[in-house]
Ligand binder design. Structure first.
Ligand code: PHE
Ligand code: NA
Length: 505
């Protein structure tokens, strides 16, 4: 073993962690989730979830990776031999997400291309989503469960996505991941700020902002709102799916864990707030221009970014191609840095376990994910994507986060040891609150969430999809990732692999 790779600089690590956190979740997910769950009132459960679960868990994952200096499976195995499967479970969740996350980036590339070419307007919204949805439903008479044939408008950009992501990963942590984030993140911030500034200065922007921030206090007592806040925080901060453990395993011995966790957490939330402002200002503009209520244009959910937004930008008073490029280009950059982080989890995992080179690990692991992602670039792929996304979030990320917290806090009783480790390298120390959040508050809230979700999904079919379809692409996927976790954990490690490497810093 020639020693583990390392980040070149502190800023490099922080940018990469922010790059992973800031993703499609910030731009297209946060604005409509906040809006649908109480608007201004959503910020209360959201902040609560950030401070009691998000940042404490981020500190825990940073510490586990930093202390044990391994991919998630190796780090969990070093924590205790019996918990290696948690690492693999989280890696398997990442693998599933990578297969469809890449497809969403591919859509964004296609839209950026339309904007450049001014093929922008009626056919934009209709083009892609239409090929996806209408063909399946109407032309082929298909239903959820049929794949249909490949959609070229998605297939070609999808290849590009994988060439970039795997190209960066081939180059390694310092020369690949760090360099990519140093370029992409500042560029993303500038591009996104430009479009937000444009949006808030449009006529009618205030209407949209009012709709977004107006607190609906009645909603705040409903459990769904709290579930939504926790779900958003977990997905958005990339916790519970092996990413932050992996990235922090490349930190040098001297690295400020607590500070870095706060910087990452608050940067990610700032970006969400910014996205909420930009998106709703633009919605307000569109609503007032076409004389409808903001609520009518805002109810598009997932379709917001890819169906409503092209229309909005198209009606901008001037430079709409340019702003189209800014918006969809932002999605591409935010998505790529997240995709890179998620693929790195399984690249690092198989590299550690099977003692193979990075290049081989990228080729096998990344290659397999790329191949599977082609399934989602088909006419019926959108349904699979939707179901897998929902189940992997509910019975993957949130559940894996719950299980890891309970096992680390209550079975292994490792919180004091981890806290000492983090405090010994950090500028400021965390106190009792950290242990209370992780040991008590988070397990209670997540446990409640899990029970509620299970009941809901057992008594009704998500989106009314057919049961056989959900068994395969929903429940099947959620169970398969756990089974995969146990299988990989059962494979024997090479001699001495679990011992800590001895190196200089
Ligand atoms: N944090 C990401 C986001 O907000 C989620 C994510 C990270 C998804 C990495 C995939 C890979 O979009
Ligand atoms: Na995020």
């Amino acid at each position: 073993m020639s020693g583990r790779e390392q980040w070149g600089t502190r800023a490099g690590f922080v940018l990469a962690a922010i790059g992973s956190a800031v993703g499609l979740g910030n731009i297209w997910r946060f604005p409509y989730v906040a809006y649908e769950n109480g608007g201004g009132a959503f910020f209360l459960p959201y902040l609560f979830a950030l401070l009691t679960a998000g940042i404490p868990l981020l500190i825990m994952e940073f510490t586990i990776g930093h202390k044990n200096r391994g991919s998630a499976p190796l780090s969990y195995a070093r924590l205790n031999k019996k918990t290696e499967w948690i690492g693999w479970w989280q890696v398997a969740i990442s693998f599933v997400i990578s297969t469809y996350y890449a497809v969403i980036i591919a859509w964004a590339i296609a839209y950026t291309y339309f904007a450049v070419n001014q093929r922008w307007g009626e056919d934009t919204g209709g083009f892609l989503m239409g090929e996806y949805l209408q063909r399946v439903d109407i032309v082929s008479g298909g239903a959820p469960g049929d794949l249909g044939s490949l959609v070229p408008g998605v297939f070609i950009p999808l290849i590009l996505v994988w060439v970039i992501a795997l190209g960066v990963l081939f180059k390694g942590v310092k020369r690949g991941i760090e360099v990519a984030n140093r370029i992409f993140i500042p560029l993303l911030v500038v591009m996104f700020l430009l479009i937000v500034i444009r949006a808030v200065t449009l006529e009618g922007a205030a209407l949209g902002l009012d709709a977004f921030f107006r607190p609906n206090w009645d909603e705040i007592m409903s459990p769904e709102v709290w579930v939504a806040a926790y779900g958003q925080i977990f997905f958005s901060l990339s916790i519970g799916f092996a990413i932050m453990v992996t990235y922090s395993s490349y930190l040098p011995k001297k690295a400020d864990i607590n500070n870095n966790a706060f910087i990452t957490g608050f940067s990610n939330s700032s970006f969400e707030l910014l996205a909420g402002i930009g998106v709703f200002a633009a919605l307000g503009f569109m609503a007032s221009a076409s004389g409808v209520e903001v609520a009518d244009v805002a109810s598009a959910g997932i379709g917001l970014a890819f169906v409503v937004f092209p229309e909005i930008i198209n009606t901008f008073p001037g430079f709409n191609g340019f702003f189209g490029v800014l918006f969809f280009g932002s999605l591409v950059l935010a998505g790529l840095t997240s995709l890179i982080s998620i693929v790195e989890t399984f690249v690092a995992g198989i590299q550690d376990k099977f003692n193979i080179s990075r290049v081989k690990a990228v080729a096998f692991g990344g290659g397999l994910s790329a191949l599977i992602s082609l399934l989602f670039a088909t006419q019926g792929g959108l349904f699979f994507l939707d179901a897998a996304d929902y189940f992997v979030n509910q019975f993957g990320i949130a559940l894996a986060g719950l299980v890891s917290v309970i096992i680390v806090a209550w079975f292994l009783r490792k919180l004091p040891e981890l806290q000492d480790h983090a405090n010994s390298v950090s500028d400021f120390r965390t106190g009792l609150w950290w242990k209370v959040c992780l040991g008590v508050i988070t397990p209670i809230v997540l446990g409640y969430m899990f029970i509620q979700n299970t009941i809901t999904n057992l008594t009704s079919n998500y989106e009314d999809y057919p049961t056989s379809f959900l068994l395969l692409s929903g429940w099947g996927v959620a169970i398969a990732v756990i089974v995969v976790g146990f299988i990989f954990a059962a494979v024997k490690w090479q001699k001495n692999a679990l011992e800590m490497p001895k190196d200089k810093n």
